[in-house]
Design a protein around this ligand. Structure first.
Ligand code: ZN
Length: 547
């Protein structure tokens, strides 16, 4: 960070200040507090809000198909569950489609927070009504349409189920995340209530003995539960609007159990040695329930799901790259709250390994096609896999590391990923997407839709959250993290306001003009990130103080 010491007198208008999130002292504004005004991002955000989100919802509804059949509409899964259908042997889409729908709702929520959109909100409210009715069909709040329609006796992958395939906990976590973001965007509590009911069920059921040893086999829920915890902690009045008990400490505790519980299992199956089919059969045969394994055990989900050894022993980032980066993001989010030195050391190690030895120049991660996983150090071939979702996960991990430490190097890597391996995930039309982003892209065209359409929702999550990452502050220190034409108002420790306006043609040219308009005379630091690789002179930052 290049500090600019400013002392000035001026006037400015008043708007809401940033929320006091995270206990590192670093605060990021909400997405609706930063207005993007530029020629690069603003037209794209408008396109994604107008075209892409409706395209994604349409395709989840099967509208792109020439001959849509009975099980082509993802949302009808919720309707079937709502009607009490169970074990019918059919389900629209893969087991994780509930989670993908929830992720899209989260992305749409952040886009609507930036710019309200009545038609889109009505569309999402319609989906939320269907999700809520589906949940109400199960008295305890459990909801996972794949498990309910296909193998209803195997909730959370237990009793001969296979969580690594079913994704129950991942789906529930994405529901929680969507509930939090949709509340923040609209003030509506319906989805948040559904999410809280589901979180309560998990917090009652999963944990240290005598609760069940269930951890997500696909990460994401860890950060989601931390978000649910901080939402209620910071807004205690909100609990009165929710018609279910709110036990926010339990949500953080559950996230910590999921994080610290990795690698703590019966030691089997040996995924790498036995191969996936034999390992899955061993789990389906419930061999992990043998008495010699004790009364609080479970099967291992393997390296693939960051479950071979405990987090605090992990030295390198391993396994499925989307899971690995989201696991690290969740652990970093939890570290912001518990300030555990073990957590901080572990996530720092994983980030250093990822960035130093396993990330491509584009910010892409996850070099290996088989299991969509990280390769060994310095394995960086030009035809590497590099899933869009993995880059999104890496970007969120970097942003959380910056929130934890304030170090600009993390924002260098968020920026690298954002422009080079996330933005590639969509066409200029806003309706074609990528899964893989190899350096040599000759064999990979964008597609309209995919059997596993995980990347469009993850793309939307990152891009809709991005405006909130441009600025941050710690006490009276203000950070300029990203160079994007924008305006914001932040409040300082004496409650006085400061307006920041950034004008830039970045990334096409390196001039950045910051206009700083404080409400009253005040001494503070404006810390501007000098991008890695531009430390000589290519970025010119001019600060104008308006009196
Ligand atoms: Zn993906």
């Amino acid at each position: 960070m290049f500090p600019v010491l400013l002392a000035m007198t001026a006037t400015g208008s008043l708007t809401a200040g940033p929320s006091d999130k995270g206990s590192s002292g670093i605060r990021f504004p909400e997405v609706n507090q930063v207005k993007i005004e530029d020629t690069f991002w603003k037209p794209k955000l408008n396109l994604w809000q107008k075209v892409t989100v409706n395209d994604v919802f349409d395709k989840f509804e099967g509208k792109h198909l020439e001959h849509p059949g009975e099980f082509c509409n993802t949302f009808e899964n919720f309707d079937r569950v709502a009607k009490g259908e169970r074990n019918i042997g059919r389900h629209a889409g893969a087991p994780w489609f509930d989670g993908l729908v929830y992720e899209t709702i989260r992305g749409v929520a952040d886009l609507m927070a930036r710019q309200s959109d009545a038609a889109l909100e009505k569309r999402v409210d319609g989906y939320i009504d269907r999700i809520a009715v589906a949940q109400a069909s199960e008295p305890n709040g459990y909801i996972d349409t794949y498990t309910q329609l296909m193998e209803a006796d195997h909730q959370w992958g237990e009793r001969g189920g296979m969580l690594r395939w079913q994704h129950d906990v991942y789906n529930a976590g994405m529901l929680v995340e969507a509930g939090v973001h949709y509340y923040n965007a609209t003030g509506k509590t319906k989805l948040l209530e559904v999410a809280t009911r589901c979180a309560n069920l998990m917090a009652e059921y999963m944990g240290t003995f005598p609760k069940k040893n269930v951890v997500p086999a696909h990460s994401g829920p860890e950060e989601a539960l931390v978000k649910l915890y901080t939402l209620y902690r910071d807004n205690p009045g909100l609990k009165k609007q929710i018609n279910v008990p709110v036990v926010e400490r339990e949500y953080l505790r559950l996230a910590e159990f999921w994080i610290e519980g990795r690698g703590k299992h019966c030691g089997f199956p040996l995924w790498g040695t036995w191969g996936n089919p034999a390992a899955e059969q061993w789990i389906r045969d419930r061999k992990y329930e043998a008495p010699e394994f004790g009364n609080h055990t479970r099967p291992s989900w393997g390296d693939y799901a960051q479950d071979s050894i405990p987090l605090f022993e992990q030295k390198t980032i391993e396994g499925h790259a989307v899971r690995a980066t989201l696991f690290a993001t969740g652990a970093t989010a939890a570290a912001l709250e518990n300030r555990s030195p073990e957590y901080i050391a572990a996530v720092s190690r994983l980030w250093d390994n990822m960035i130093g030895k396993r990330m491509f120049i584009t910010g892409g991660v996850g070099a290996v096609h088989f299991d969509e996983k990280f390769g060994p150090d310095y394995f960086l071939p030009t035809d590497a896999y590099l899933e869009t979702c993995a880059a999104v996960g890496a970007g969120f991990f970097s942003q959380r590391m910056n929130e934890l430490t304030g170090d600009a190097k993390y924002m260098d890597e968020l920026e690298r990923t954002l422009y080079n391996n996330v933005l590639t995930g969509i066409s200029l039309s806003g309706t074609q997407y990528t899964y893989q982003n190899p350096l040599n892209s000759a064999k990979h065209a964008r597609w309209g839709w995919h059997d596993c359409p995980c990347c469009p929702p993850m793309f939307l999550k990152m891009m809709s959250a991005m405006p909130g990452f441009i600025y941050s502050q710690k006490g009276d220190d203000i950070y300029v993290n990203l160079f994007i034409g924008s305006e914001t108002e932040l409040s300082l420790s004496d409650q006085s306001r400061i307006r920041l306006t950034q004008k830039t043609g970045y990334p096409w040219d390196g001039s950045v003009v910051m206009t700083v308009e404080p409400e009253k005379e005040k001494t503070f630091l404006l810390k501007v990130r000098i991008p890695d690789g531009h430390r000589e002179s290519r970025i010119h930052t001019i600060c104008i103080v308006r009196k």
